[in-house]
Design a protein around this ligand. Structure first.
Ligand code: NAD
Length: 332
Protein backbone atom coordinates (compact mmCIF):
# COMPACT_ATOMS: atom_id res chain seq x y z
CA UNK A 1 0.00 0.00 0.00
CA UNK A 2 1.22 3.55 -0.74
CA UNK A 3 0.06 6.09 1.81
CA UNK A 4 0.09 9.89 1.60
CA UNK A 5 0.85 11.36 5.04
CA UNK A 6 0.44 15.09 5.57
CA UNK A 7 2.37 16.60 8.46
CA UNK A 8 4.94 13.81 8.02
CA UNK A 9 7.61 15.93 9.74
CA UNK A 10 5.34 16.43 12.76
CA UNK A 11 5.24 14.39 15.97
CA UNK A 12 2.39 12.03 15.08
CA UNK A 13 3.05 12.05 11.31
CA UNK A 14 6.63 10.92 11.83
CA UNK A 15 5.54 8.10 14.15
CA UNK A 16 2.75 6.87 11.84
CA UNK A 17 5.08 6.97 8.82
CA UNK A 18 7.59 4.86 10.74
CA UNK A 19 5.07 2.19 11.73
CA UNK A 20 3.63 1.93 8.19
CA UNK A 21 7.06 1.55 6.58
CA UNK A 22 8.17 -0.94 9.24
CA UNK A 23 5.38 -3.23 8.10
CA UNK A 24 6.20 -2.75 4.41
CA UNK A 25 4.03 0.14 3.17
CA UNK A 26 5.44 2.96 1.06
CA UNK A 27 4.95 6.52 2.28
CA UNK A 28 4.74 9.83 0.46
CA UNK A 29 5.12 12.54 3.10
CA UNK A 30 4.39 16.23 2.77
CA UNK A 31 5.00 19.01 5.25
CA UNK A 32 5.58 22.76 5.09
CA UNK A 33 8.27 22.53 7.84
CA UNK A 34 6.95 25.68 9.50
CA UNK A 35 8.57 27.28 12.55
CA UNK A 36 5.66 26.95 14.99
CA UNK A 37 8.31 25.05 16.96
CA UNK A 38 12.00 24.49 16.23
CA UNK A 39 12.15 23.30 12.57
CA UNK A 40 15.42 21.48 13.29
CA UNK A 41 13.33 18.86 15.14
CA UNK A 42 11.20 18.40 12.02
CA UNK A 43 14.34 18.14 9.89
CA UNK A 44 15.74 15.54 12.29
CA UNK A 45 12.55 13.47 11.99
CA UNK A 46 12.69 13.54 8.17
CA UNK A 47 16.42 12.68 8.15
CA UNK A 48 15.73 9.74 10.45
CA UNK A 49 12.95 8.42 8.18
CA UNK A 50 15.18 8.81 5.10
CA UNK A 51 18.03 7.04 6.84
CA UNK A 52 15.91 4.15 8.13
CA UNK A 53 13.65 3.57 5.15
CA UNK A 54 15.56 4.80 2.12
CA UNK A 55 13.45 4.21 -1.02
CA UNK A 56 10.23 3.37 0.86
CA UNK A 57 10.02 7.02 1.90
CA UNK A 58 9.52 10.01 -0.34
CA UNK A 59 9.20 13.51 1.04
CA UNK A 60 8.04 16.77 -0.54
CA UNK A 61 8.10 20.13 1.22
CA UNK A 62 4.82 21.81 0.34
CA UNK A 63 1.92 23.89 1.68
CA UNK A 64 -1.33 21.93 1.47
CA UNK A 65 -3.42 25.03 2.16
CA UNK A 66 -2.46 26.17 -1.36
CA UNK A 67 -4.26 23.88 -3.84
CA UNK A 68 -1.94 24.69 -6.75
CA UNK A 69 1.14 23.99 -4.61
CA UNK A 70 -0.36 20.76 -3.29
CA UNK A 71 -1.32 19.50 -6.75
CA UNK A 72 2.16 20.37 -8.00
CA UNK A 73 3.79 18.58 -5.06
CA UNK A 74 1.77 15.42 -5.63
CA UNK A 75 2.62 15.61 -9.34
CA UNK A 76 0.16 12.92 -10.40
CA UNK A 77 1.73 10.39 -8.02
CA UNK A 78 -0.27 7.36 -7.01
CA UNK A 79 -1.37 6.61 -3.43
CA UNK A 80 -4.10 4.35 -2.05
CA UNK A 81 -4.95 6.00 1.25
CA UNK A 82 -4.39 9.31 3.06
CA UNK A 83 -3.48 10.03 6.67
CA UNK A 84 -4.06 13.76 7.05
CA UNK A 85 -2.19 14.84 10.19
CA UNK A 86 -0.78 18.20 9.10
CA UNK A 87 -2.35 21.18 10.82
CA UNK A 88 -1.66 24.28 12.82
CA UNK A 89 -1.84 22.69 16.28
CA UNK A 90 -2.00 24.36 19.70
CA UNK A 91 -4.89 25.84 21.65
CA UNK A 92 -3.11 28.86 23.17
CA UNK A 93 -1.38 29.89 19.91
CA UNK A 94 -4.82 30.03 18.20
CA UNK A 95 -5.79 32.93 20.41
CA UNK A 96 -2.76 34.99 19.32
CA UNK A 97 -2.64 33.85 15.66
CA UNK A 98 -6.17 33.01 14.50
CA UNK A 99 -5.48 33.37 10.78
CA UNK A 100 -2.90 30.59 10.76
CA UNK A 101 -5.69 28.18 11.70
CA UNK A 102 -8.07 29.17 8.94
CA UNK A 103 -5.60 28.51 6.12
CA UNK A 104 -3.87 25.38 7.45
CA UNK A 105 -6.84 23.73 9.14
CA UNK A 106 -9.86 24.74 7.04
CA UNK A 107 -8.52 25.46 3.53
CA UNK A 108 -6.00 22.65 4.04
CA UNK A 109 -8.65 20.11 5.04
CA UNK A 110 -10.82 21.07 2.05
CA UNK A 111 -7.85 20.62 -0.30
CA UNK A 112 -7.17 17.12 1.04
CA UNK A 113 -10.85 16.22 0.66
CA UNK A 114 -10.75 17.37 -2.95
CA UNK A 115 -7.59 15.39 -3.63
CA UNK A 116 -9.12 12.29 -2.02
CA UNK A 117 -12.33 12.66 -4.02
CA UNK A 118 -10.79 13.25 -7.42
CA UNK A 119 -8.24 10.49 -7.00
CA UNK A 120 -10.85 8.04 -5.73
CA UNK A 121 -8.87 7.46 -2.58
CA UNK A 122 -9.92 4.29 -0.69
CA UNK A 123 -9.90 5.94 2.75
CA UNK A 124 -8.85 9.22 4.36
CA UNK A 125 -8.03 9.16 8.05
CA UNK A 126 -7.67 12.64 9.56
CA UNK A 127 -6.80 14.21 12.89
CA UNK A 128 -9.45 15.86 14.98
CA UNK A 129 -8.92 16.63 18.65
CA UNK A 130 -10.29 16.13 22.15
CA UNK A 131 -10.57 19.93 22.21
CA UNK A 132 -13.86 19.64 20.26
CA UNK A 133 -15.49 18.63 23.58
CA UNK A 134 -14.91 22.21 24.77
CA UNK A 135 -16.58 22.88 28.07
CA UNK A 136 -18.33 19.47 28.26
CA UNK A 137 -18.60 18.36 31.87
CA UNK A 138 -20.11 14.90 31.33
CA UNK A 139 -17.27 12.42 31.68
CA UNK A 140 -15.85 10.48 29.96
CA UNK A 141 -16.19 12.28 26.61
CA UNK A 142 -18.05 10.13 24.10
CA UNK A 143 -18.28 10.51 20.31
CA UNK A 144 -22.05 10.50 20.83
CA UNK A 145 -21.90 13.68 22.98
CA UNK A 146 -23.05 16.96 21.48
CA UNK A 147 -20.07 19.13 20.62
CA UNK A 148 -21.31 22.58 19.74
CA UNK A 149 -19.45 24.85 22.13
CA UNK A 150 -15.74 25.01 21.26
CA UNK A 151 -13.74 27.25 23.60
CA UNK A 152 -10.81 27.98 21.25
CA UNK A 153 -10.50 28.71 17.56
CA UNK A 154 -8.27 25.63 17.24
CA UNK A 155 -11.16 23.49 18.52
CA UNK A 156 -13.60 25.25 16.20
CA UNK A 157 -11.44 24.43 13.16
CA UNK A 158 -11.16 20.78 14.25
CA UNK A 159 -14.94 20.53 14.65
CA UNK A 160 -15.18 22.27 11.27
CA UNK A 161 -13.03 19.49 9.77
CA UNK A 162 -15.43 16.88 11.09
CA UNK A 163 -18.41 18.66 9.53
CA UNK A 164 -16.61 19.14 6.20
CA UNK A 165 -15.78 15.44 6.14
CA UNK A 166 -19.36 14.50 7.00
CA UNK A 167 -20.48 16.62 4.05
CA UNK A 168 -18.03 14.93 1.64
CA UNK A 169 -19.15 11.51 2.87
CA UNK A 170 -22.73 12.54 2.08
CA UNK A 171 -22.05 14.17 -1.29
CA UNK A 172 -19.40 11.83 -2.67
CA UNK A 173 -19.53 8.74 -0.40
CA UNK A 174 -15.87 9.41 0.41
CA UNK A 175 -14.74 6.90 3.10
CA UNK A 176 -13.23 8.77 6.04
CA UNK A 177 -12.36 8.37 9.70
CA UNK A 178 -11.86 11.35 12.02
CA UNK A 179 -9.78 10.76 15.13
CA UNK A 180 -10.08 12.84 18.28
CA UNK A 181 -6.63 12.50 19.84
CA UNK A 182 -6.18 13.06 23.57
CA UNK A 183 -2.94 14.76 24.83
CA UNK A 184 -0.32 12.75 22.97
CA UNK A 185 3.19 12.40 24.42
CA UNK A 186 6.29 10.27 23.91
CA UNK A 187 9.56 10.12 21.94
CA UNK A 188 9.88 12.73 19.16
CA UNK A 189 7.17 14.76 20.94
CA UNK A 190 6.31 18.44 20.65
CA UNK A 191 8.34 21.22 22.33
CA UNK A 192 5.19 23.35 22.78
CA UNK A 193 3.40 20.69 24.84
CA UNK A 194 3.35 20.23 28.60
CA UNK A 195 5.52 17.09 28.83
CA UNK A 196 8.41 18.70 26.94
CA UNK A 197 8.06 22.14 28.59
CA UNK A 198 8.02 20.66 32.11
CA UNK A 199 10.99 18.41 31.37
CA UNK A 200 13.03 21.29 29.94
CA UNK A 201 12.19 23.65 32.79
CA UNK A 202 12.75 21.12 35.58
CA UNK A 203 16.20 20.32 34.12
CA UNK A 204 16.98 24.05 33.82
CA UNK A 205 15.85 24.73 37.41
CA UNK A 206 13.08 27.05 36.16
CA UNK A 207 9.55 27.14 37.64
CA UNK A 208 6.92 25.15 35.74
CA UNK A 209 3.60 26.88 34.97
CA UNK A 210 0.65 24.88 36.33
CA UNK A 211 -2.65 26.37 35.23
CA UNK A 212 -6.02 26.43 37.01
CA UNK A 213 -4.00 26.45 40.26
CA UNK A 214 -3.17 22.78 39.75
CA UNK A 215 -6.73 21.55 39.23
CA UNK A 216 -5.99 20.04 35.82
CA UNK A 217 -6.71 16.54 34.54
CA UNK A 218 -5.69 15.05 31.22
CA UNK A 219 -6.11 11.77 29.39
CA UNK A 220 -2.43 11.37 28.44
CA UNK A 221 -1.99 9.00 25.49
CA UNK A 222 1.35 7.46 24.62
CA UNK A 223 2.41 7.87 20.98
CA UNK A 224 2.63 4.11 20.30
CA UNK A 225 -1.01 3.68 21.32
CA UNK A 226 -2.04 6.58 19.08
CA UNK A 227 -0.16 5.02 16.15
CA UNK A 228 -1.82 1.63 16.76
CA UNK A 229 -5.22 3.32 16.67
CA UNK A 230 -4.44 5.27 13.48
CA UNK A 231 -3.17 2.16 11.67
CA UNK A 232 -6.15 0.03 12.81
CA UNK A 233 -8.47 2.70 11.41
CA UNK A 234 -6.52 3.09 8.18
CA UNK A 235 -6.75 -0.64 7.53
CA UNK A 236 -10.51 -0.73 8.14
CA UNK A 237 -12.37 1.87 6.08
CA UNK A 238 -15.96 2.48 7.17
CA UNK A 239 -18.45 0.57 5.08
CA UNK A 240 -21.03 2.45 3.07
CA UNK A 241 -24.02 0.31 4.05
CA UNK A 242 -25.71 2.66 6.46
CA UNK A 243 -24.40 0.72 9.45
CA UNK A 244 -21.39 2.83 10.42
CA UNK A 245 -22.41 3.73 13.94
CA UNK A 246 -19.60 5.60 15.71
CA UNK A 247 -20.48 9.27 15.93
CA UNK A 248 -24.04 8.49 14.84
CA UNK A 249 -23.16 8.65 11.15
CA UNK A 250 -24.90 6.51 8.53
CA UNK A 251 -22.46 7.67 5.85
CA UNK A 252 -18.97 6.25 5.20
CA UNK A 253 -17.60 8.64 7.83
CA UNK A 254 -17.03 7.81 11.46
CA UNK A 255 -15.46 9.51 14.45
CA UNK A 256 -13.43 7.86 17.19
CA UNK A 257 -11.73 9.03 20.36
CA UNK A 258 -8.18 7.76 20.70
CA UNK A 259 -7.17 8.16 24.32
CA UNK A 260 -5.85 6.12 27.20
CA UNK A 261 -9.22 6.02 28.98
CA UNK A 262 -7.60 7.40 32.18
CA UNK A 263 -7.85 10.98 33.34
CA UNK A 264 -4.67 11.74 35.31
CA UNK A 265 -4.07 14.64 37.65
CA UNK A 266 -1.34 16.88 36.26
CA UNK A 267 0.57 16.76 39.54
CA UNK A 268 0.85 12.97 39.27
CA UNK A 269 2.73 13.43 36.00
CA UNK A 270 4.91 16.10 37.64
CA UNK A 271 5.81 13.58 40.36
CA UNK A 272 6.79 10.95 37.78
CA UNK A 273 8.89 13.54 35.95
CA UNK A 274 10.62 14.56 39.20
CA UNK A 275 11.48 10.91 39.94
CA UNK A 276 12.80 10.30 36.44
CA UNK A 277 14.78 13.53 36.24
CA UNK A 278 16.06 13.27 39.80
CA UNK A 279 15.17 16.91 40.46
CA UNK A 280 12.45 18.71 42.35
CA UNK A 281 10.12 20.93 40.32
CA UNK A 282 9.40 24.49 41.39
CA UNK A 283 5.66 24.94 40.82
CA UNK A 284 4.21 28.24 39.59
CA UNK A 285 0.45 28.04 40.23
CA UNK A 286 -1.45 30.17 37.69
CA UNK A 287 -5.11 30.85 36.85
CA UNK A 288 -7.00 29.08 34.07
CA UNK A 289 -5.90 30.21 30.60
CA UNK A 290 -8.36 31.35 27.91
CA UNK A 291 -9.23 28.46 25.55
CA UNK A 292 -8.14 25.82 28.05
CA UNK A 293 -10.29 23.13 29.68
CA UNK A 294 -10.03 21.69 33.19
CA UNK A 295 -10.32 18.01 32.30
CA UNK A 296 -10.19 15.55 29.44
CA UNK A 297 -11.15 11.88 29.61
CA UNK A 298 -11.74 9.65 26.58
CA UNK A 299 -14.53 7.12 26.26
CA UNK A 300 -12.89 4.64 23.87
CA UNK A 301 -15.72 2.07 23.66
CA UNK A 302 -16.45 2.82 19.98
CA UNK A 303 -12.95 2.13 18.66
CA UNK A 304 -12.47 -0.74 21.13
CA UNK A 305 -15.70 -2.45 20.03
CA UNK A 306 -15.23 -1.84 16.29
CA UNK A 307 -11.48 -2.36 15.90
CA UNK A 308 -10.17 -3.93 19.12
CA UNK A 309 -8.11 -0.84 20.02
CA UNK A 310 -6.59 -1.22 23.49
CA UNK A 311 -4.10 1.30 24.94
CA UNK A 312 -1.17 -0.44 26.60
CA UNK A 313 0.97 2.36 28.08
CA UNK A 314 0.22 4.08 31.40
CA UNK A 315 1.88 7.36 32.38
CA UNK A 316 3.99 5.36 34.86
CA UNK A 317 5.67 3.53 31.98
CA UNK A 318 5.29 6.11 29.20
CA UNK A 319 6.78 9.18 30.93
CA UNK A 320 10.14 7.42 31.61
CA UNK A 321 10.28 6.47 27.90
CA UNK A 322 9.80 10.11 26.94
CA UNK A 323 12.46 11.28 29.42
CA UNK A 324 14.96 8.68 28.14
CA UNK A 325 14.37 9.84 24.56
CA UNK A 326 14.61 13.53 25.58
CA UNK A 327 17.98 13.00 27.26
CA UNK A 328 19.28 11.03 24.30
CA UNK A 329 18.05 13.62 21.76
CA UNK A 330 19.77 16.42 23.67
CA UNK A 331 22.91 14.35 24.20
CA UNK A 332 22.58 14.46 27.99
P1 NAD B 1 2.84 18.81 14.79
O1 NAD B 1 2.73 20.30 14.86
O2 NAD B 1 4.07 18.16 15.34
O3 NAD B 1 2.66 18.33 13.29
C1 NAD B 1 1.87 19.01 12.35
C2 NAD B 1 2.71 19.22 11.09
O4 NAD B 1 1.90 19.84 10.10
C3 NAD B 1 3.91 20.15 11.31
O5 NAD B 1 5.13 19.48 11.01
C4 NAD B 1 3.67 21.32 10.37
O6 NAD B 1 4.86 21.82 9.77
C5 NAD B 1 2.72 20.70 9.34
N1 NAD B 1 1.89 21.70 8.68
C6 NAD B 1 1.19 22.71 9.26
N2 NAD B 1 0.59 23.46 8.31
C7 NAD B 1 0.90 22.88 7.11
C8 NAD B 1 0.59 23.22 5.76
N3 NAD B 1 -0.18 24.27 5.47
N4 NAD B 1 1.09 22.46 4.77
C9 NAD B 1 1.88 21.37 5.06
N5 NAD B 1 2.22 21.02 6.33
C10 NAD B 1 1.72 21.77 7.34
O7 NAD B 1 1.55 18.25 15.52
P2 NAD B 1 1.17 16.75 15.96
O8 NAD B 1 1.19 16.72 17.43
O9 NAD B 1 1.95 15.77 15.18
O10 NAD B 1 -0.35 16.72 15.51
C11 NAD B 1 -0.80 16.01 14.36
C12 NAD B 1 -2.29 16.25 14.23
O11 NAD B 1 -2.97 15.77 15.40
C13 NAD B 1 -2.69 17.71 14.10
O12 NAD B 1 -3.80 17.80 13.23
C14 NAD B 1 -3.10 18.10 15.51
O13 NAD B 1 -4.01 19.18 15.50
C15 NAD B 1 -3.75 16.81 15.96
N6 NAD B 1 -3.77 16.62 17.43
C16 NAD B 1 -2.60 16.46 18.11
C17 NAD B 1 -2.66 16.25 19.50
C18 NAD B 1 -1.41 16.05 20.33
O14 NAD B 1 -1.54 15.89 21.56
N7 NAD B 1 -0.20 16.03 19.74
C19 NAD B 1 -3.89 16.22 20.16
C20 NAD B 1 -5.05 16.40 19.42
C21 NAD B 1 -4.99 16.57 18.04
Amino acid sequence: MRVLITGAAGFIGYSVARRLMERGDDVLGIDIMNDYYDPSLKEARISQLRQDFDDKFEFVKSDFSDMAALTGALNGQHFDRIVHLGAQAGVRYSIENPHAYLSANLAGHLNLLEIARHRECEHMVYASSSSVYGGNTKLPFSVDDRVDHPVSLYAATKRGNELMSECYAHLYRLPQTGLRFFTVYGPWGRPDMMMWIFTRKILAGEPIPVFNNGDMWRDFTFIDDIVSGVVACLDNPPTDNGEAKAGGSTKPHRLYNIGNHRSEHLMKVVEILQDELGRKAEIDLLPMQPGDVRQSFADIDAIRDDLGYEPTTSVESGVPKFVAWYRDYHGE
